[in-house]
Design a protein around this ligand. Structure first.
Ligand code: PLP
Length: 457
């Protein structure tokens, strides 16, 4: 008997029962049946400071009690002002003016409108296009989905999606240009320039890019020189660079922002996920001073949401930032990340592990039918979901993703535990993953109902 037989919740997954969460602490989750799970992916690469941090809950409660809601056009709040000030210490260059929203998709929508508004404000009304990359993810609203390189998510909604100019993504394991690094001389970044020139630079407002590719390509790290060359291309054509740090920000890759690895200062940076450690839905946009000034001069930014600039959200983010800083968690990511990739290394020998990639505590494990040719499994076999289900049965949460090979096929799972993970817990996570992989090759896995999985001791 499912725990909610007459549930009226329209769930994220249909046709499958879900356990009910009871509590979380550190990297551990426990359901109402008493089963424990190691949250090996922080949900959807969100949880960084760990579950159950009382300090964050208390900060939110304090603000909720004091003044939970005011409209962003009528008041500002202490936590919001303080948060923007504190966050600026981590922001690249002068890309430090904060626009707080409620999620990563909202952040990217905001960034795109901002780019357009900026060009209008400076007298270039023909600029409106946003160049995107062939593989990537920027959100699930219609505008951000249109900017994503996720054909499997886009397919049902194609008639609703605006067409957007596309350049090859820096996904070396499956190079869209069929090249190999370093012989390729990073031809994919040159393609961004070719696309801008083909479209007409005077029509292009921005380029949007994840510094490390997220779920779409399972933590694929671009070549070192990619970021600076992309920056130079944008500068040459007076196109804004939007860095989508929704997944990579707040320490996930071992630097506060992933762009720090290449020293790139974007014009606009989008945030989400780890910004509040998962304690409250949040997104944000960091913007260069010059852009804000131009908009101010032009009479403002025609944009906003009911819940933008929310005081309780800001209080949660501030408490999360306190913990990240006080506990040195970003530095911890670098150290634990090395350990994680060391533990994952032997998995490369598995006949169906095509690649293990990533940076910090953001790892992608790609599954292939044939290692030599990198041929993916047919989508109908649902290998990523199957592997994730097998891990779940054994008490490990991983984040599956599909479509990285050709938009439809291509299976991977992501490991991205909270930064408070211990070495021992990393070992447990990888050993569960390895054991789930052990019976992986035997037969195509069908997603089993999670209710049948055994309790962990
Ligand atoms: N951008 C990136 C890189 C993401 O990984 C995501 C979510 O996975 C988003 C944007 C969208 O964020 P949200 O789901 O909070 O709207």
């Amino acid at each position: 008997m499912p725990p909610w037989p007459d549930s009226l919740v329209f769930r994220r997954v249909l046709g499958r029962e879900l356990p009910t969460i009871a509590r979380g602490e550190g990297v551990w989750l426990e359901d109402t049946e008493g089963r424990r799970y190691l949250d090996g992916s922080g949900g959807a690469v969100v949880v960084n400071i760990g579950h159950g941090r009382r300090e964050v809950a208390e900060a939110m409660a304090r603000q909720a009690e004091t003044a939970a809601y005011v409209h962003g056009t009528q008041f500002t709040s202490g936590p919001l002002e303080e948060y923007a000030r504190r966050l600026s210490a981590h922001a690249p260059g002068d890309c430090n003016r904060l626009y707080l929203v409620s999620g990563g998709s909202e952040a990217n929508e905001t960034a795109v409108k901002l780019a357009r508004a900026f060009h209008l404000a400076r007298g270039e009304p023909t600029r409106h296009k946003v160049v995107r990359r062939s593989i990537g993810y920027h959100g699930n609203t219609l505008a951000t989905l249109a900017l994503s390189g996720r054909p499997n998510l886009q397919a049902p909604y194609l008639p609703l999606l605006a067409s957007t100019p596309e350049a090859a993504a820096p996904f070396c394991y499956r190079c869209p240009l069929g090249r190999t690094y370093p012989d390729c001389v990073v031809a994919c970044v040159d393609e961004v320039e070719t696309v801008i020139e083909r479209e007409g630079p005077e029509t292009v407002a921005a380029v949007i890019a994840e510094p490390v590719l997220g779920a779409a390509a399972g933590a694929a790290v671009p070549p070192d020189e990619y970021g600076q060359r992309l920056r130079a291309i944008c500068d040459r054509h007076r196109v804004l660079l939007i860095a989508d740090e929704v997944m990579t920000g707040f320490g996930r890759t071992g630097r506060f922002f992933a762009g720090e690895w290449s020293g790139v200062v974007p014009d606009v940076m989008t945030l989400g996920k780890g910004m509040s450690g998962g304690y409250v839905p949040v997104g944000g946009v960091l913007v260069r001073e010059e852009i804000v000034k131009a908009l101010e001069h032009a009479g403002g930014f025609v944009h906003g949401f009911t819940f933008s600039h929310h005081a309780v959200t800001a209080a949660a983010c501030l408490a999360t930032l306190d913990i990240l800083e006080r506990e040195g968690l970003v530095e911890r990511v670098r150290e634990r990340g090395e350990r994680l990739f060391g533990l994952l290394e032997p998995l490369r020998a598995h006949p169906h592990v095509g690649d293990v990639r990533g940076r910090g505590l953001m790892a992608g494990i790609e599954l292939v039918a044939d290692k030599a040719t990198r041929r993916p499994f047919p989508r109908a076999e649902r290998r990523a979901e199957g592997l994730a289900a097998r891990c779940f049965e054994r008490g490990l949460v991983v984040y599956p993703s599909t479509g990285c090979a050709n938009g439809t096929d291509g299976d991977l799972v992501m490991l991205a535990p909270p930064f408070v993970v211990t070495e021992d817990e990393l070992g447990q996570a990888v050993s569960i993953l390895a054991s789930a992989l052990d019976d992986f090759g035997r037969s195509p896995t069908r997603l089993r109902p999670t209710a049948s999985r055994p309790a962990r001791s």
